[in-house]
Write a protein that binds this ligand. Structure first.
Ligand SMILES: [Zn+2]
Length: 110
C-alpha cells in the first residue's frame, strides 16, 4: 500500500519497471535493513510535482536520498542542483521515464 492513491495495477507496473532509482540509478531496497542506510530505500515519486497526475509517465520510484533532495523542486531546476552535479545525475543519465518528463516540462515552458 502507499499513501498516494496509486492504483494497485500501476503500483505493480512501476515497481516492476523501476528497480533502480530513476534519478541516480542505485539499487534500491524495499525496506531499511538493520545495517543499511535510509538513503537507498525506495520511495514513490511524482516526477512532475503534481499529485493529480497519476500515470505511468509521472509515477516513478526513486531512492530516499534523491526524493528528499528533489522535494518540491521543478525537475529541470533540480537536475542542475549541486546534489545532481555531485552525483553525475544529468538529463542524459536519468531513466527513460524521467527523460520524457523533462522533455514535456521543457515544451510546456515555451
Ligand atoms: Zn537516487
Amino acid at each position: 500500500m502507499n499513501n498516494w492513491d496509486i492504483p494497485e495495477w500501476l503500483e505493480r507496473e512501476v515497481k516492476e519497471r523501476d528497480k533502480i532509482c530513476v534519478y541516480c540509478g542505485i539499487q534500491m531496497v524495499e525496506q531499511m535493513s538493520p545495517r543499511g542506510t535510509r538513503k537507498a530505500v525506495a520511495t514513490w515519486e511524482h516526477i512532475i510535482n503534481d499529485a493529480t497526475i497519476v500515470s505511468r509517465e509521472n509515477i516513478a520510484r526513486c531512492c530516499a536520498a534523491c526524493n528528499s533532495s528533489k522535494g518540491t523542486k521543478k525537475l529541470s531546476d533540480w537536475i542542475q542542483s549541486s546534489y545532481c552535479k555531485k552525483r553525475g545525475i544529468k538529463k542524459e543519465t536519468v531513466a527513460e521515464v524521467v527523460k520524457e518528463a523533462l522533455k514535456r516540462e521543457m515544451r510546456a515552458e515555451v
